[in-house]
Design a binder for this molecule. Structure first.
Ligand SMILES: Nc1nc2c(c(=O)[nH]1)N[C@H]1C(S)=C(S)[C@@H](COP(=O)(O)OP(=O)(O)OC[C@H]3O[C@@H](n4cnc5c(=O)[nH]c(N)nc54)[C@H](O)[C@@H]3O)O[C@H]1N2
Ligand SMILES: Nc1nc2c(c(=O)[nH]1)N[C@H]1C(S)=C(S)[C@@H](COP(=O)(O)OP(=O)(O)OC[C@H]3O[C@@H](n4cnc5c(=O)[nH]c(N)nc54)[C@H](O)[C@@H]3O)O[C@H]1N2
Ligand SMILES: [Mo]
Length: 757
């Protein structure tokens, strides 16, 4: 089994369980972050680094995409941001000697945690055909190998260029330019597995695939609904914004199958009183069944429609389209179906309705709990319906707030990392560079895996990330990756994708956010865009992990020269020397970036335009905000099965494992746990502490098994289970994806339980 820790891996997975916590952050969180930081960086570097996180003259935290306010604290980071920084700024090193001592087969047998713990990669490494281990290689030779393989392809569409969302705007812009000049739109990215459903739903309904609120809006809203998100772990700085909103009178409803600690009570480590007392954040907790959200919002919409004076008729008349049809469909929503789909009781939904009707300014925030289901796109569209009904878009204090994951995932998309770019974007790119970009769509993540599996793609290049661990159907994906002629990873740290390779493989080590970036044109900075469309600069200040590292923009620029040769009129050398020349080009290609270099000089950066937010204009096909009226869907479970969601623990950043504890949920020392409701446990014969295999069920009849999980009785919603990603990705079928967005449905996996063998 792919994910079983092999003999010889010193990391023991032996989960212990203690009572779950009811409050997040506070002093213990500060202590935990400093302990991890010091282990990785030592004292001096810890101080030097952490004080620069998210400061106007510092670097953007490589953790999440939550924005910073205009007033910065001295310590503008959270416990988990500190872990992300420590992971990157570590003093540990992976040198050519390391690779000489560890053949690829050995690396493939290690856990992701162990691989990450080895430190920063110091030199480009090459795995020749037939070799059993990586050897050091020069940059020139590395680019030569890639040029050779790309040159041998039958079509540019046999190459894949994947991006993970840490990549800066500058590097992302160069990568998509290179891919298109080379001749393909095959630019799959982590967003395909993340907020693609949000982008799909929002583009269709409001005309812009991004959130419409600012931090200020959150601070001034009357009601914040947080659905399918665990901010205490994944966006801890959001808790400060919620605390502030609450102090100004806002109410909070959370919608989640799990009671998440951060929402129950938050002890703000940045205020003296907060450290001790903490604030209760939640006013109402709707403990929903996995996948019940569309049904919930549909019924709420019916109830709003039936309440005298509750609909903002002026807004609906002036700014929306499709109201009549939607209202007729919503009228059919019934209590029985909704109660069955959500597992909620009538009183709780009525309480929610009271809070909703009392609010003049409502924000809905969401993350992966809503985006990774078959019916995610209609679910998010229903939330748009919900907000439109009461005029909650384009009003201060109100709006849609998809909370992004990776720190520049939104910016990468803005820069054109997209397999389905708009013709307008390509026209602008072609005009600026005098090239002809392909117009046909490229592969997203799931289609890229199929293309590798079927031999339609032969070269895989990744700008960051950990493709084989982050993607679904691990066995299928790994086999697909091994089919490639060449796999290339631009990486800071070792991960599983370096051990599951094509016939040949390269690891190209790069600078991280915290590293100083000096080029021929002097010291450089890069830019990023946060979850609220704010663009700002990021400057690292640490001496790079090794003198052999290249920055991401430099890697793309040199790769482009090696591959495209003198035939390319693009000034790649200039771009590498001085990133301001890249920003000049961005300013002429990407709307909203006019005068980029001048505006980025402003310490806090600038906010990109957003027509619905700024002026209630909706650049959709109808020219209005669209109500939509999809049929309500929710998962139905066969007898004896539970619906498994695959989620994050408190000690991980996606596939990067910082430690083996999930502090707030009371899990210690291990990750192979499955959380089930005690009554479901009793009904299925799953005692707390028992070990079980998880077997997923999908219509293709293929057996997908994740062995040896400790059962933990936990107050999740009935019928639901939870276990950590990426250990459970083996259970997610490649073809089980969201309609329209094609995002893997990794939050709704039907599983049965078999005694561990
Ligand atoms: N420390 C840390 N920070 C991170 C990350 C990390 O791994 N570690 N990852 C980053 C990335 S890339 C992302 S995308 C974000 C992810 O941020 P989150 O989306 O908060 O991450 P998950 O752990 O996947 O949590 C999903 C949440 O949705 C709930 N949920 C699951 N199914 C449903 C459902 O059907 N309905 C509802 N209403 N809720 C449901 C789960 O119980 C859980 O609380 O965080 C980013 N920030
Ligand atoms: N089952 C299941 N699967 C999921 C999810 C889920 O909830 N459940 N969530 C999905 C989501 S939301 C996402 S975003 C994806 C994440 O998918 P990815 O973005 O592909 O995965 P990460 O684990 O974030 O990538 C970590 C690696 O990035 C590299 N790295 C770190 N910093 C840098 C840098 O500055 N530059 C470069 N070049 N490399 C760097 C390091 O080598 C590290 O090992 O996973 C998805 N997969
Ligand atoms: Mo994500």
């Amino acid at each position: 089994m792919a994910s079983k820790p092999p003999a010889g891996d010193p990391v023991q997975d032996a989960p212990q369980v203690e009572p779950a916590k009811h409050a997040a952050a506070g002093l213990p969180a500060v202590a935990r972050s400093l302990r991890i930081a010091q282990q990785q960086m030592g004292l001096r570097r810890t101080a030097q680094t952490l004080l620069k996180v998210n400061q106007k003259d510092g670097f953007d935290c490589p953790g999440c995409a939550w924005p910073e306010g205009d007033q910065r604290h001295t310590a503008e980071f959270c416990e988990n941001g500190a872990k992300a920084v420590a992971e990157e700024a570590t003093l540990r090193r992976v040198t050519p000697d390391f690779f000489a001592a560890h053949p690829v087969a050995d690396l493939a047998g290690r856990s992701g945690y162990w691989l990450g713990q080895q430190g920063r990669i110091t030199q480009p490494m090459y795995l020749p055909e037939g070799a059993d281990r990586y050897e050091a290689v020069t940059w020139e030779r590395a680019f030569g190998i890639i040029a050779e393989e790309l040159g041998a392809l039958g079509s540019p569409d046999e190459a894949l260029f994947y991006t993970s969302g840490r990549t800066s705007n500058e590097a992302a812009f160069l990568l998509q330019l290179f891919a298109r000049e080379f001749g393909t739109n095959n630019l799959p990215d982590c967003s395909n597995m993340c907020h693609e459903s949000s982008g799909s739903a929002l583009t269709e309904t409001i005309g812009v695939g991004k959130g419409s609120v600012s931090l200020e809006d959150l601070h001034h809203s009357d009601l914040i609904i947080i659905a399918g998100q665990n901010p205490g772990t994944n966006h801890p700085r959001m808790l400060s914004a919620l605390e502030k909103a609450k102090a100004a009178g806002a109410k909070i409803i959370s919608v989640n199958p799990l009671p998440e600690a951060g929402l129950e009570r938050f002890k703000n480590p940045q205020t003296p009183l907060g450290l001790v007392r903490g604030a209760a954040l939640n006013d109402l907790f709707l403990q929903i069944r996995i996948g019940g959200d569309q049904a919930l919002f549909r019924l709420l919409n019916r109830l709003i429609l039936q309440t005298e004076g509750a609909v903002d008729e002026t807004f609906v008349a002036e700014h929306t389209h499709g109201y009549e049809e939607f209202a007729a469909t919503a009228a059919e929503a019934d209590w029985d179906t909704t109660l069955a789909a959500t597992g909620l009781d009538r009183a709780a939904i009525e309480q929610a309705l009271d809070l909703i009707l009392a609010s003049r300014r409502t924000v809905v925030c969401w993350a992966m709990g809503l985006t990774q289901h078959k019916h995610s796109v209609p679910t998010i569209r229903e939330i748009v319906n919900f907000l439109l009904l009461r005029g909650n878009i384009g009003r201060p204090g109100a709006g849609v707030c998809p909370v992004r994951g990776h720190s520049n995932v939104q910016g990468d998309r803005t820069m054109g990392i997209f397999e389905r770019p708009s013709p307008a974007f390509l026209d602008a790119l072609d005009k600026e560079f005098a090239i002809t970009s392909p117009r046909h769509h490229g592969y997203d993540v799931v289609r890229a895996i199929r293309a590798l599996r079927d031999g339609d793609a032969k070269v895989f290049f990744a700008m960051g990330g950990n493709f084989v661990a982050a993607t679904p159907d691990t066995a299928v994906t790994e086999a697909a990756m091994r089919n490639a002629r060449l796999t290339v990873h631009v990486s800071t740290k070792l991960n599983r994708s370096h051990a599951v390779t094509g016939t040949r493989a390269l690891i190209l080590p790069t600078l991280g956010r915290t590293d100083k970036d000096v080029q021929a044109g002097g010291k450089q900075f890069v830019t990023v865009e946060d979850s609220m469309s704010k663009v700002h600069a990021s400057r690292g200040n640490l001496t790079p992990a090794s003198p052999h590292l290249l920055s991401e923009p430099a890697i793309v620029a040199r790769l482009a020269r090696a591959v495209l040769g003198p035939g390319s009129a693009t000034p790649w050398e200039e771009f590498e020397k001085d990133y301001a020349t890249i920003r000049d080009r961005i300013s002429r290609v990407v709307p909203g970036f006019e005068n980029f270099n001048a505006r980025i000089a402003h310490p806090g950066g600038f906010t990109l335009p957003h027509a619905p937010r700024d002026s209630r204009r909706f650049p959709t096909a109808t020219g209005k905000a669209n109500f939509t009226a999809a049929p309500v869907e929710f998962p139905e479970l066969p007898e004896g099965r539970l619906l498994l969601q695959t989620l994050r623990s408190h000690d991980q950043y996606n596939t990067t494992i910082y430690g083996l504890d999930d502090h707030y949920r009371g899990i210690k020392g291990g990750r192979r746990v499955v959380l089930v409701h005690p009554d479901d446990g009793a009904a299925l014969g799953l005692a707390d502490g028992a070990y079980t295999d998880l077997v997923s069920e999908w219509k293709d009849g293929v057996e997908r098994r994740a062995p040896g999980f400790r059962v933990v009785h936990y107050p999740t919603a009935r019928g639901c289970a939870a276990a950590y990603y990426p250990e459970t990705n083996v259970l997610v079928p490649l073809d089980s994806t969201a309609d329209t967005s094609n995002t893997p449905a990794s939050k709704s996996v039907v599983v049965r339980f078999e005694p561990a063998g």
